[in-house]
Design a binder for this molecule. Structure first.
Ligand code: NAI
Length: 248
């Protein structure tokens, strides 16, 4: 056994939510390259099916906000060893003008969806006595972004970071580790509109010490570390991958 073997996922099944594109797809690809049998679970079947077949994985249609659908999927898949909660959305509305539906939509995907998946897949991991959960939080759970207003998003990601600690504490003695990653600005469809909005791109790059966005593939290795036995004594941790954003 070499140190690199600790990062291998041969024989493991990994389910990644929101992996039809963007960060989730690169995570799915990375876990697959490490030997896992990868299931992409996403709202978008057209992109998701093609994404799954491109990495030799499979696709499951899933809306993470639907707790019944999450329960049914967890029951259908006999054993998932690794869960990556990655599905997420953002709404850029000033707080004082945020409609109820926008607040609920963001919380529904980014927080409720993470909890439903942790509860349903986590229960089965606890029964099996082992498992690893990694959620895609955000640096937005640690800082408040500017210039764009996104209070619901920031609050949802802060909640994911603390949910991660809470579940880690509950489940540490029963073989299930729970961690998160906190990416900074990353070049995906999610940030495309923001990059095109006058003033945002300059502010985002100017407030990131490395002076650039992350590529989605730069997030995946951290998820592999947290998902695999390489991090066997790590739980409740949020690994920040932000080009230095949070040091300023
Ligand atoms: P993206 O918009 O490119 O991809 C999100 C994926 O999630 C899509 O495939 C979409 O179909 C899926 N999805 C959305 N709602 C869903 C639902 N209810 N159920 C199942 N799937 C659903 O986004 P991106 O940028 O790849 O973001 C992935 C995660 O990373 C999100 O949690 C996001 O908040 C987080 N993040 C992104 C950053 C960025 O700068 N792009 C920075 C920090 C965190």
């Amino acid at each position: 056994m070499t140190i690199l073997d600790l990062f291998r996922l041969d024989g493991k099944t990994a389910l990644v939510t929101g992996a039809a594109q963007g960060i989730g797809f690169e995570i799915a690809r990375g876990l697959s390259e490490a030997g896992a049998n990868v299931i992409i679970a996403d709202l978008n079947p057209e992109v998701g099916e093609a994404a799954a077949s491109s990495i030799g994985g499979s696709f499951q249609m899933l809306n993470v906000t639907d707790s019944g659908a999450v329960r049914d999927l967890a029951a259908k898949l006999s054993s998932v060893h690794i869960l990556v909660n990655n599905a997420g959305i953002v709404r850029n509305t000033p707080a004082e003008e945020t409609p109820d539906d926008d607040w609920k939509a963001v919380m529904g995907v980014n927080l409720d969806g993470v909890f439903w998946c942790c509860r349903e897949f986590g229960r089965r991991m606890l029964d099996a006595g082992s498992g690893s959960i990694v959620s895609t939080a955000s640096m937005s759970g640690l800082i408040s972004n500017h210039p764009q207003p996104q209070a619901a998003y920031n609050a949802s990601k802060a909640a994911v970071i603390h949910l991660t600690r809470s579940l880690a504490g509950e489940w540490a003695g029963r073989g299930v580790r729970v961690n998160a990653v906190a990416p900074g600005y990353t070049a995906t469809p999610l940030t495309k509109r923001g990059l095109e909005t006058p003033g945002w791109r300059e502010t985002w790059l100017g407030t990131t010490p490395m002076g650039r966005l992350a590529e989605p593939a730069e997030i995946a290795p951290a998820v592999l570390y947290l998902a695999s036995e390489a991090s066997s004594f790590v739980t409740g941790h949020t690994l920040v991958i932000d080009g230095g954003y949070t040091v300023w």
